[in-house]
Design a protein around this ligand. Sequence first.
Ligand code: NAP
Length: 474
Amino acid sequence: MAYKSINPYTNELIKEYPNTTDEELEKTLSSAEALYQDWKNISITERAQQLHNVAAGIRSNASELAKACTIDMGKLYRESVGEVELCAVIADWFADHGEELLKPEKVDTIATGEAEILHQATGVIVMVEPWNFPYYQIMRVFAPNFMVGNPVILKDASNIPTSAQLFCDIIAKSGAPKGALTNLFLSYDQVTKAIEDPRVQGAALTGSERGGISVAGAAGKNLKKNTMELGGMDAFIVLGDANMNDVNDIAWRARLYNAGQVCTSSKRFIVMDSVYDEFVAALKKNFAAVKPGDPLNSDTTLAPMNTKNAKEKLQKQLDEAIDNGAQVVYGNEPIDLPGQFFKPTILANITKDNPAYHTEFFGPIASVYKVHSEQEAINLANDNPYGLGGIVFAGDADHGAEVAAKVETGMVFVNNFMASLPELPFGGVKLSGYGREMSHLGAMAFTNDKLVVKAQKPDMTNLAGGLIATDPEK
Ligand code: NAP
């Protein structure tokens, strides 16, 4: 597999990187393992300070990072700037809260002695990440594991090698010790080899089911813990009493942000019949108003897709949807620019037997569905193999939250755009994966939650079958 940075706006090959050799992989595993052992003797307070330094290093290199990421995968420059700042926010948050999140927990027990759970490091973690958020995806795994004391080896997507390397170099220069985060240009076989290695204790993947099945398969075969952040077909439910100004202002952004290449993009708009026509008209108007162009320019509002392959795959899916009866309400026309642009498109009339009903469009295509009752909206949202996020717009936020509770996904936002912040758990159910990143749950993804029960001396008074010693006072 070739690691190549190709600018999707100009189609220019920027740089190609050689694959990592097996010797380099071995060296990385051994320095990561050495750091894991060293970190056992280093206080978490020291790591917190280093992580704050990492946040500061990211901030002081923000423009270079943002530009590299826009050139690698086409994201609008202002969105790249936002992503870089979010990474610094995540690093600062785990630095500020890591010690509290990971402190030992007392357990109330009838066992003799005092029981507590220690949240300890387990060892080296392999992370496999996608191209759509070149920095944020790394930070979601790196920051909590840095506080825990688990070194991380990164295999990033093969189309963003420049930004992956730059981010890891800046983190190292900002004071993260050698081995804390190492970017390698690994083949799929080397990813499996790394996961099989006894020094590696876990694997985290964000990406497609194809990648997930392979990495989770290797982890399962070797009995290693793993987390899977996979695809989504998030529903955006609009109830009849929703504030339509807010809905119309947010719906197009929720689909077109990052050129529609977000796992939690709203991909299915499920709209009550009373407001359906108004909704579709506004979505059409907003899709028609975007301006494709150089993603580094501040007046561009539609970015190119990340690669030629991604664009071709999306067009194939769209053609298949239309062949199976979907109606094009807007779009499906070429954009006359050399970059990998895809015209925002709206599809209606998607029946259950259409592949588009249950496959993810990872680009700027919105599917709209008209429903006649709230229950029909919930049933349609749940009639899907994925379960990542979702949005509900309702006149009354409490009622919106009741609907949100019935949607089978890992995250739902009511009357607002979805936001990803370090204190909020991120992850899904069904084919969207398992485990959570960020928050207290993400901090514990790869910990050894070790029980220690401390008695001053043995107490045999209540010995039941020789198996449990209980405290007669309790
Ligand atoms: P992908 O093909 O699975 O790629 C993701 C990463 O997995 C890349 O680094 C890729 O490397 C690697 N990979 C793929 N197959 C592999 C294998 N057999 N062994 C080892 N590594 C492998 O995913 P994508 O299509 O680029 O990304 C888009 C998908 O990710 C969408 O479905 C999207 O919804 C999902 N996603 C989910 C989340 C979330 O948090 N739930 C966030 C963002 C994206 P190469 O580049 O070298 O192939």
